[in-house]
Design a protein around this ligand. Structure first.
Ligand code: SF4
Length: 334
């Protein structure tokens, strides 16, 4: 299966529970950034996300309370670089104890020192390695030589030790899809990864102007990515890829992916920071979700981010039995 059975059943259970409670909006995923300290300074990363002081990190109990408050079914543990977080084991243990799934989003450089032998493989833990291309491109994007080779060595070792390993690749304006295809082939054949996530890229730095690839750029590139999805184990749903390729449309679901950082809950979404608060009720009840769902804000113009639209695609399945059948087949075929 493309997604392990327990993840699928947990996420279905989360939706049924919220439907029974009459909740139209609810978080699927919590993006947890416990620190803004990193051992790299990648070109596509916002400055505040890698220049933070380690002493300003969030305490474990604050992270876990935030998870309890939001009730998301999965945690995407990012940052900063989460393997730099000194209390990583304690945090992961606390998330697993709550029966939540964790995606440990990492550049992989410290897996041997901070994860292997310290945090055991677990069915609720997925290591998600950032790889933006083959050796030359990736080392350029992360602004340091040797990172690609180290990441690949760490992934092979993680697989050998029994971890569930996926990759996350961002498609930028300059990205050649032929190279994405080469990377997918390499990761499938030589590393035996358990899945690959291909995301449309955006630039944090120019938030006031166009922070995303243009809609046309995304559609052109993702038409090719959609073709590749028949051959490779992509973790994006076929409906999301069709949306990215421009052949279907959705309202945004910014509430489906809530973001908690050293500044608290970030509203309205992973990409846009209009508000910050440590008070969950203030964030959840104070955000004008209808407005952001409408995508009428100028900052939303070219956005096709997973964090906004994967949940929209999943929710629409309830109204479309044919898509539901496709989705089941797609998951079983992985
Ligand atoms: S369309 Fe994109 S930028 Fe706008 S609210 Fe949704 S996720 Fe955020």
């Amino acid at each position: 299966m493309r997604f392990p059975l327990h993840i699928t059943t947990d996420m279905v259970r989360l939706q049924v529970k919220n439907a029974l409670q009459g909740n139209k909006r609810f978080p699927f995923v919590m993006m947890l950034e416990p620190l803004w300290t990193c051992n790299l300074a990648c070109l596509g990363c916002s400055v505040e996300r890698h220049t933070g002081d380690l002493k300003d990190r969030l305490p474990v109990d604050v992270c876990l309370k935030a998870l309890d408050d939001c009730g998301a079914g999965a945690v995407s543990l990012c940052g900063g670089e989460p393997t730099v977080y000194p209390e990583l084991k304690e945090l992961i243990d606390g998330i697993i104890a709550r029966r939540k799934h964790i995606y440990l989003c990492t550049n992989a450089l410290l897996l041997d020192k901070r994860v292997f032998g310290k945090i055991e493989p677990h069915k609720r833990l997925t290591i998600n390695v950032h790889l933006d291309g083959m050796r030359e491109t990736h080392d350029y994007v992360v602004d340091r030589g040797g990172v690609f080779d180290k990441a690949i060595a760490m992934m092979r070792e993680a697989k050998r030790l029994g971890y569930h390993v996926i990759t996350n690749t961002t498609v930028y304006k300059e990205t050649e899809i032929a190279e994405v295809e080469e990377l997918c082939e390499f990761l499938t054949r030589d590393v035996d990864v358990d899945g690959m996530l291909i995301s449309p890229g955006y630039q944090y730095e120019s938030v006031e102007e166009s922070i995303f690839l243009t809609g046309q750029d995304i559609e052109r590139k993702f038409k090719r990515v959609l073709e590749l999805s028949d051959r490779y184990k992509f973790t994006s749903t076929p409906m999301f890829l069709e949306f990215a390729a421009g052949s279907r449309d959705y309202a945004c679901s910014p509430w489906s992916t809530v973001t908690f950082t050293p500044m608290g809950w970030k509203g309205p979404c992973y990409l846009i920071q209009k508000t910050n608060t440590f008070d969950w009720d203030e964030f959840w009840n104070g955000t004008d979700w209808s407005y952001w769902e409408s995508r009428s804000d100028p900052l939303c113009t070219n956005c096709k981010m997973h964090s906004g639209f994967e949940a929209s695609a999943v929710i629409e399945l309830r109204r479309n039995p044919r898509d539901m059948a496709r989705m089941v087949k797609w998951n079983l075929a992985g």
